[in-house]
Design a protein around this ligand. Structure first.
Ligand code: PMP
Length: 283
């Protein structure tokens, strides 16, 4: 069941207004939330980021955090996911429908849409890792807002695929930012390096969990920009996201990272992350 604008509908019955600004402009925001064992993981952090995204695009939401929590819980129940592991919840809010003009129409009513879908944890990939291709970051300058306008991300991901890699590592004038739909970490001499949470990257929820876990376990973290030369000399690389978790990157542009297998710091963080999942949702 999909939830759209106050109604519960099957996928085939869902309709979008032709002048919905999400549809016309990508004018809206969204979140993707992990569900482990039928429980929302890091829900409060996702809500906080959603409300921040709304403020940043000047979208005032008629729903409270409690309203959205009720909606998420109802989605799980309606889709019989209360006991089921490995799902994701997608929630988007478009600015709504109005005759097409670029500036923000007065009195426009936001349209909310949400669904849940079973999605397995990428257990095999987590052991093997992914390959990556270095690609120029062609996105806009407010990557900290989780907006529906994802064409830049679509293209850089496709460029990576065209080059035979599984994901892209993005750089702006030689400075590494993040990946097409995840944050990037480099490991050098046992310490973590990642781009600071500025307007040039999405402030990933998984990124923050990993930083906190690393610090709590004595791993030094540098939230400081680094360049391509540093990336190419990293001992280990991994990306983080809600669906990919802590995913090792084993090659960049066809060259092995380290010995071409997931490294010890990455593997340790994967174990810490997995423990964190269980501690969070299996209470
Ligand atoms: N960066 C970008 C560009 C993303 O789209 C995402 C989300 N898929 C992330 C980072 C990771 O964020 P999170 O850990 O909150 O999923």
């Amino acid at each position: 069941m999909f939830y759209i604008d106050g109604k519960w509908v099957e996928a085939g019955q869902a309709t979008v207004h032709p002048e919905d600004r999400g549809y016309n402009f990508g004018d809206g925001i969204y979140e993707v939330v992990r569900i482990y064992n039928g429980r929302l993981y890091q829900w409060d952090a996702h809500l906080t980021r959603l409300f921040r995204s709304a403020r940043e695009i000047r979208l005032s939401l008629p729903w409270s955090a409690d309203d959205l929590t009720r909606l998420a819980t109802e989605l799980l129940v309606k889709n019989n996911l209360t006991e089921q592991d490995d799902s994701v919840l997608y929630l988007q809010i478009s600015r709504g429908a109005a005759p097409r003009v670029h500036d923000i129409p007065n009195g426009i009513k936001p349209v909310i849409m949400a669904f849940v879908r079973p999605k397995a944890r990428p257990v095999e990939d987590l052991k093997k890792g992914w390959t990556a291709q270095l690609i120029e970051d062609i996105r806009w300058l407010r990557c900290d807002i989780k907006t529906l306008n994802l064409l830049g991300a679509v293209l850089v991901k496709q460029y990576a695929k065209d080059a035979g890699a599984q994901d892209s590592i993005l750089h702006r004038n030689g400075i590494i930012t993040e990946c097409s739909s995840s944050n990037l970490f480099a490991v050098k001499n046992g310490e973590l390096h990642t781009h600071p949470a500025t307007h040039l990257i999405l402030h990933g929820i998984t990124r923050q969990v990993v930083i906190d876990l690393a610090k709590a376990n004595g791993i030094v973290v540098h939230e400081k920009a680094f360049d391509i030369a540093f990336l190419k000399q990293a001992d280990e690389l991994f990306l983080t996201s809600t669906t990919a978790e802590v995913m090792p990157l084993v090659s960049v542009d066809g060259e092995a990272v380290g010995n071409g297998r997931p490294g010890p710091v990455t593997t340790r963080l994967q174990a810490l992350f997995e423990q964190h999942i269980y501690d969070s949702v299996l209470v």
